[in-house]
Design a protein around this ligand. Structure first.
Ligand SMILES: NC(=O)c1ccc[n+]([C@@H]2O[C@H](COP(=O)([O-])OP(=O)(O)OC[C@H]3O[C@@H](n4cnc5c(N)ncnc54)[C@H](OP(=O)(O)O)[C@@H]3O)[C@@H](O)[C@H]2O)c1
Length: 275
């Protein structure tokens, strides 16, 4: 069964499950990309900061897939904020990836203490018009950061990629994004470093559908209209993480999974964190 897509506010679409590419170097990520594409992934999430865009590009070429079948996201961090610096940043990303364009370019963190995300976004708007990037978006933006962006610039972000899992549900951020036709993309969707996947509720729900806790978490995101970008370098788990489209969760199950956010899990605060 193929991966569902969501519409973006500029007419393009985004596959609801993508492959996260953080924490793997060039040599590690290239074969993972090939395996993922063979398994059916059509969306890859990388960043300049991950230092693995050459490996991502090699994996794409080695897979033999046609470019237009893939949705590739990259991100520019603080090094490329302000004074048109994003122009050189995108050129370098494209060079490393070996691509003519990316589907989605994100401001990796707002870094409000620098006060450069508005000028960076205006540069992104020019890049979008120049055709080297199909869509532009943001990451780790709070509603207050987006309020300012929407008031002072012309093109609306298509997505806001934020830390989100059943332990960190951020309902106010998700509602804000939805109200402004901005798709929410969940990073660290499986709650790495926490006990999320050991949560008995996920095993109980999974047992009813013949699915693992990770699949229940990812299906919960699909049901909520969120995009998730789980990372795995294990072929079985890669396949598992897109095998989500032959079952649905009930309203009560969705609510019970959302209630796993007790507020106790440590979460990033992008007023003070980021790079
Ligand atoms: N915008 C941002 O600031 C930001 C920040 C962090 C991350 N990201 C993006 O979000 C992506 C995902 O986040 P993440 O890599 O932090 O965490 P994640 O994808 O939620 O979790 C990855 C961990 O889960 C394991 N895993 C994957 N599938 C599994 C399954 N089916 N069952 C059990 N364990 C499973 C992986 O191990 P195995 O490899 O052994 O399967 C890995 O240890 C990143 O790769 C990156 O692209 C963005």
């Amino acid at each position: 069964m193929s991966i569902s897509t969501l519409p973006l506010n500029n007419g393009y679409t985004i596959p609801q499950i993508g492959l996260g590419a953080a924490s793997l170097n060039d040599d590690q990520i290239a074969p993972v990309i090939v395996t993922a594409i063979e398994a059916g992934y059509r969306h890859i999430d990388t960043a300049f900061r991950y230092g693995n865009q050459r490996g991502v590009g090699k994996g794409i070429r080695d897979s033999g897939i046609r470019r237009e079948e893939l949705f590739v996201t990259t991100k520019l961090d603080g090094e490329f904020q302000g004074n048109e610096r994003a122009v050189a940043g995108l050129d370098e990303c494209l060079r490393q990836l070996g691509l003519d364009y990316v589907d989605l370019l994100l401001i990796h963190w707002p870094l409000p203490q620098r006060d450069q995300y508005i000028s960076t976004w205006k540069t992104f708007e020019k890049l979008a018009k120049a055709g080297k990037v199909r869509s532009i978006g943001v990451s780790n933006f709070k509603p207050a950061h987006l309020d300012r962006l929407l008031a002072e610039t012309t093109i609306r972000p298509v997505v806001n990629q934020i830390q989100l899992s059943p332990r960190i549900t951020r309902p106010d951020h998700v509602a804000y994004n939805r109200a402004h036709e901005i798709v929410t993309v969940a990073w660290s969707p499986l709650g790495p470093g926490s006990d999320l996947l050991k949560e008995p509720l996920l095993a109980t729900i999974g047992a009813m559908y013949g699915k693992t806790p990770a699949q229940v978490v990812l299906r919960w995101m699909v049901e909520l209209g969120i995009v998730a970008i789980p990372r795995s370098s294990n072929p079985q788990r890669l396949a598992q993480n897109i095998d989500l489209f032959d079952f649905t969760l009930t309203t009560a199950e969705i609510a019970a999974i959302s209630a796993l956010d007790t507020g106790a899990e440590k979460r990033v605060d992008s007023d003070t964190m980021g790079h």
